[in-house]
Ligand binder design. Structure first.
Ligand code: SF4
Length: 274
């Protein structure tokens, strides 16, 4: 596929995980292979006809060529000369599921890199074969473990393969690095974490203890230093987070087995931004 289906392009702060609050340009891909019960971007699950360009009240028609996408970024977001780490941490490929359009990504990613942008992939972690094709072009991976209680599917085997491939490419260092004290927070989008690969699990009131145990074991088998983020769901469609004592107990269980475990909730709605 030489062209891609994108549902929106905008600039905002990362609202999830260990890179929370860094400035990013978001490219939201259309289409998804899952149907999570807590999905907060249902419109991006199907291929959209139009792509919204935020801040400009503009729409462009799908599918979009690499050249067109690069020109939109250059015209509507900070120009290439400004893609310094202080101003823009990275471009977040999000969705939907970006890896469903891996043939397009194979062409798009070198063009984004030419602009000086780092590539941050947000993924449901279920398409390892697609990841293999572009993993050398990725700088950061934020991979979800999608639990059977949320998707109706057992995807642990896919997640395991995905994490193996990700780990080969990306540095996994515990935070703070051994022997160091916790690094002070720095503004301006500079690196605050050493791990470029992170795993996130969204927790709901339907999450089962055995699913958390299986997820922890999966990560531990690959590398116990991979950061794990437990993210209590932001209430949506009647889906609510688990009781606080369950979240804490799962966090403690994870901490006994993994080096870097944090509870970090989604912040977009709290901050009142996209
Ligand atoms: S993987 Fe993401 S986009 Fe797809 S259904 Fe789940 S939450 Fe929604």
């Amino acid at each position: 596929m030489k062209k891609g289906y994108i549902s929106e392009i905008f600039s905002s702060l990362q609202g999830e995980g260990i890179y929370q609050s860094v400035r990013q340009i978001f490219i939201r891909f259309s289409g998804c292979n899952l149907n999570c019960e807590y999905c907060d971007t249902p419109e991006s699950r199907v291929k959209s006809v139009k792509c919204k360009v935020k801040g400009e009240n503009q729409e462009i028609t799908n599918p979009i060529s690499v050249e067109n996408l690069v020109s939109v970024l250059s015209n509507h977001f900070p120009p290439p000369a400004s893609y310094s780490p202080e101003r823009v941490h990275s471009v977040s490929l999000t969705g939907g599921e970006p890896l469903l359009q891996v043939n397009f990504l194979e062409k798009l990613l070198p063009a984004l890199k030419k602009l000086g942008l780092k590539i941050y992939l947000e993924t449901n972690g279920t398409l390892p074969k697609a990841l293999e094709k572009i993993v050398d072009l990725i700088d950061y991976i934020a991979m979800d473990i999608k639990l059977p209680s949320a998707t109706g599917k057992d995807l642990f085997s896919e997640h395991s393969d995905f994490l193996q491939i990700s780990k080969k490419r990306l540095q996994v260092t515990s935070y703070p690095p051994a022997g160091a004290t916790r690094l002070p927070e720095r503004s301006g989008g500079q690196e605050r974490r050493t791990g470029r690969l992170q795993v996130k699990i969204v927790l709901t009131n339907k999450t089962l203890e055995e699913e958390i145990e299986k997820s922890i074991n999966l990560i531990k088998k690959i590398d116990k230093k991979i950061p794990l983020v437990l993210q209590p769901v932001t209430s949506v469609n009647g889906i609510i987070p688990p009781e606080r004592k369950k979240i804490l107990s799962w966090c403690n269980l994870a901490k006994k087995n993994l080096s870097d475990v944090q509870i970090i909730s989604q912040k977009h709605k709290l901050w009142g931004i996209k």
